[in-house]
Design a protein around this ligand. Structure first.
Ligand code: B3K
Ligand code: ZN
Length: 905
């Protein structure tokens, strides 16, 4: 199949077991950047559980064939083709040796074996192994691997692969070798090698059962001072998985390697995790609080994959959420526990609960902003997709984040202990195997004695469910009836096509009295009121009524507490009711949620006014409600920061009947300015009160203070007269001892400059560049801050971005750099990107086409920023269609074509 032909669709329903199995693999690499040769010796046998095939079909891409042998003798009946190779008429069991070559130095796709900063790295998930050697490159073929690496010793002093180091030594001509063995069977996507000039931070720890483990974080020599946090995160991850799930590290050695050219966040290769430098390197001068938290989360995520993904892996790529949804859930729980101080043995239950809630809010924010949007567009798919053209396009918010919500629902249904029983049974049954989402669900069902057949719909139905709530209070009978209805609204075609019936929705609810306290809950037919004031309703029908009895007064319902299911809740709250919930709900998530509903409603009204040219008018009750939260000292700073953060422009635009980014921007700016001026004194007080003097600490408490303080600074920068903000920000910029404060100050200066055109912003930008010229991750921030700034009619951001594209530090081949400038502009600055003149779309099309030739995976991600085009105002819509058509006419990769063709279909 030529790459320009109609893309080939792979379907879940077509799964068949492999005709052959591979038990052992011995790989020998002669590493040379221009031409690396790979000798691959496999023990192959016919699969007793599959239909008999005469020929062995192996996948291979971009490989040069050298030779083939069976049981040591040259074998001629081999046909090499564009997608692999056929070994004809093979025996039932044999040893196959294939020798081939590839060119890592020319590999800009960053899939397979490639060179970054002069060192060798691999990325095999999902289908990169076939770019290294011919193989049954599918996750249900599991083998044990022995790997020999040979390379020039001066250029590549460090040679790493999965598992344990067996031996190493010198070879003639200044070369050397290392031999590694991974004792665990694994699918090919978990293979990895690294070779180059690297150094490691090392630590030895004892695992739960007392075995000594060697932990290493490998980086380029100048980055060794930024590895401590990653190492600490790894140690915390190991401890946490032992404590929470009884899962121990199974290798003697665990390595993390950082690389600056990487398509995504990190990769869980067995024993040899390879990470984007962004998720490893941190010290106070270079990394923000968010970076510190992200590193902890990603280190945890990849480490947790060792059990959920590696020991038990996916039968096929449609099951991706089996490992990703589950592992995201695990990393979210890990971060929540860490924020709550669990690792310190801290038992301040209230603080811990608050910290967990903050983490939950952040996660739900991402889900609603990104996954709900995905579900409403042409890429909508179930958590377990039914088909794909390019699997790399399905590492999505749905598979990851909605997948995690689906896993979380088991825990909501069965409690932590029940969930743990399900996990234990899952490992007992499936350790060492490649399995399906159904197998996981069955383990949860069997361990908890509940039929979960209906729950499968969470895996097979696309779209975001809507739950419509109506309530009725009968004062005479003291009864409160809550009626829930579920459906999908008028959602996308994918959602309509996949509907099979109602979902099992764990719907958490509380009832609040007029004094702001939770009422006791007793459902009709129950003898005693429940002790807990939150009930998880088993909502399984299209429509269902739950009757609470002994309800002394008309309550206010607190719905879907802690976001107990990934759904949209529709209930007709009054403005005063939302303000009341914001002030009183005992569920911190719903307190935040009430504020978001209040703000969203107001902002959407204002956006409509802005769209129709009516003067904007803000409901002062909204200001009062937020003022109350801001000055409520019983609330943690982190919570207040989240509560005072308005919904994003992208999220708001998505809620409009016709997305109008300019109107949303005007409305949101209007509210920000109103909140800035109405609460000016409070913001200043907050700014002073939440300073964190002394040495920088990346603790959640300090981060919370900094976050709220910097939010205050950002609001002050919105004032018509931002002189205070400019003074404070300039001082903060100059005296900061950490990146959180320095970058927040710079961002405030940029915002104030958009209002008044002060020169401090440019001065600080230049200083920032000079100071951090040698820190690529910080220079990424420098690009991103400029790409996401507000811009003015005189100085549209597209002009700034185009100028930065020619900056000597810009490099399209480096994904982090491309993301920092291009993605930041196209995906994070909607008001500027969606400029009426179409200049943003023209830029987008150019960049997608340019990236497509270098790195299809990164190009396909960028391509997605126009997928919701049909939802926009007619004028924008037509220009977006034009840009999409242009891309469709020019791109070559399967990756980008799948995206743009689905968007245009
Ligand atoms: N499993 C990898 C993602 C691989 C993406 C391939 N396009 C990282 C992770 O989810 O942990
Ligand atoms: Zn993952």
């Amino acid at each position: 199949m030529a790459d320009t032909a109609t893309p080939f669709v792979i379907r879940r329903a077509d799964y068949t077991p492999p005709a052959f199995l591979i038990d052992t693999v011995a790989l020998e690499f002669d590493l040379v950047p221009e031409r690396t040769t790979i000798r691959n010796t496999m023990r192959v046998r016919r699969n007793p559980d599959a239909a008999r095939a005469a020929h062995l079909e192996l996948m291979g891409e971009q490989l040069e064939f050298v030779s083939a042998a069976i049981d040591g003798a040259p074998y001629a009946a081999v046909r090499v083709h564009e997608h692999g190779l056929t070994v004809e008429n093979v025996p039932d069991s044999f040893e196959l040796t294939l020798t081939g070559a590839c060119s890592p130095a020319e590999n800009t796709t960053l899939s397979g074996l490639y060179v970054s900063s002069g060192n060798f790295f691999t990325q095999c998930e999902a289908e990169g192994f076939r770019r290294i050697t011919w193989f049954l490159d599918r996750p249900d073929v599991m083998a044990t691997y022995t790997v020999t690496l040979r390379a020039d010793k001066a250029d590549y002093p460090v040679l790493l692969s999965n598992g344990n180091l067996l031996e190493q030594g010198d070879l003639p001509d200044g070369r050397h070798f290392a031999r590694w063995e991974d004792p665990f069977r694994k699918p090919s996507y978990l293979f990895a090698l690294v070779a180059g000039k690297l150094v490691a931070l090392e630590e030895r720890v004892k695992s739960g059962s007392g075995k000594e483990k060697l932990l290493q974080v490998w980086v380029e020599p100048h980055d060794l001072d930024k590895t401590r946090h990653a190492m600490d995160s790894l140690i915390h991850s190991i401890r946490w998985d032992e404590r929470r799930f009884g899962l121990e590290l199974d290798l003697d050695r665990f390595m993390i390697v950082a690389v600056s050219d990487f398509n995504m966040g990190a990769m869980e290769n067995k024993g040899l995790n390879i990470f984007n430098t962004k998720y490893v390197l941190a010290n106070p001068e270079t990394a923000t609080d968010t970076d510190f938290a992200n590193i902890e989360a990603v280190v945890g995520h990849e480490y947790f994959h060792n059990w959920t993904g590696n020991r038990v892996t996916c039968r096929d790529w449609f099951q991706l959420s089996l490992k990703e949804g589950l592992t995201v859930f695990r990393d979210q729980e890990f971060s929540a526990d860490m924020a709550g101080g669990v690792h310190l043995g801290d038992h301040h239950a209230k603080t811990a609960e608050g910290a967990r809630a903050t983490k939950r809010i952040e996660d739900v924010r991402v889900l609603r902003q990104m996954q709900f949007a995905e579900d409403a567009g042409p890429m909508a798919h179930p958590v377990r997709p039914e088909s794909y053209v390019e699997i790399n396009n399905f590492y999505t918010m749905t598979v990851y984040e909605k997948g995690s919500e689906v896993v979380r629902m088991y825990q909501t249904l069965f409690g932590r202990d029940g969930f743990r029983r399900g996990m234990d049974l899952y490992f007992e049954r499936h350790d060492g195997h490649a399995v399906t989402c159904d197998d996981f669900r069955q383990a949860m069902a069997d361990a908890n004695g509940r039929d979960l057949a209906q729950f499968e719909r969470w895996y097979s139905q696309a779209g975001t469910p809507r739950v419509t709530v109506s309530t009725e209070y009968d004062a005479a009978q003291r009864r409160y009836r809550v009626t829930l209805r579920q459906g999908y609204g008028d959602s996308s075609a994918a959602a309509r096509e996949t509907q099979q019936g109602p979902l099992l929705i764990p719907f958490a609810i509380g009832l609040i009295g007029t004094d702001g306290r939770d009422l006791p809950l007793r459902l009709e037919g129950e003898k005693e009121p429940a002790t807990a004031t939150t009930r998880v309703l088993d909502f399984t029908e299209t429509e269902q009524t739950f009757t609470f009895v002994d309800v002394a007064e008309k309550p206010l319902p607190s719905l879907l507490r802690n976001f107990s299911a990934p759904v949209i809740v529709e209930y007709d709250y009054g403005g005063a009711e939302l303000a009341f919930l914001l002030a009183h709900d005992s569920d911190p998530f719903n307190r935040w949620e009430a504020g978001q509903r209040l703000a969203t409603r107001e902002l959407l009204t204002l956006a409509d006014q802005a769209a129709s040219g009516t003067p904007l008018q803000l409901d002062e009750a909204v200001v009062t409600a937020f003022a109350r939260v801001l000055s409520d000292e019983t609330l943690s700073p982190a919570f207040r920061e989240l509560a005072l953060m308005l919904p994003s422009e992208a999220y708001l635009a998505e809620q409009m009947d016709e997305s109008n980014p300019a109107a949303v921007h005007r409305a949101r700016q209007f509210v920000r300015r109103r909140l800035a001026s109405a609460l000016q004194r409070e913001w200043l007080a907050i700014y002073e009160r939440h300073q964190t003097p002394g040495a920088y600490q990346a603790t959640p408490e300090d981060a919370g203070h900094r976050g709220l303080k910097n939010l205050a600074l950002a609001y002050l920068a919105e004032l018509d007269d931002p002189r205070d903000a400019v003074r404070l920000a300039s001082e903060q910029y100059a005296s900061a001892n950490n990146m959180t404060d320095r970058s927040a100050a710079l961002s405030a200066l940029l915002a104030a400059a958009a209002n008044t055109g002060n020169g401090e912003a440019q001065h600080a930008l230049d200083d920032f560049y000079r100071r951090f010229e040698k820190e690529p991750l910080v220079i990424d921030k420098w690009f991103a801050l400029q790409a996401t700034q507000r811009g003015t009619p005189q100085r549209p951001v597209i002009d700034i971005v185009r100028r930065l594209m020619t900056h000597p530090a810009f490099n399209l081949k480096n994904p982090n750099r491309a993301r920092s400038l291009i993605f930041s502009f196209c995906a994070v600055n909607p008001a500027q990107f969606h400029a009426e003149d179409g200049s943003g779309y023209a830029f987008w099309a150019e960049q997608v086409i340019a990236l497509d030739a270098l790195n299809p995976q990164v190009a396909a991600r960028l391509a997605r920023s126009l997928e919701l085009w049909r939802r926009f105002t007619p004028a924008l819509r037509e220009q977006m269609r034009g840009a999409l058509e242009k891309v469709a006419a020019h791109v070559k990769s399967r990756d980008v074509r799948e995206i743009v063709e689905k968007a245009l279909a």
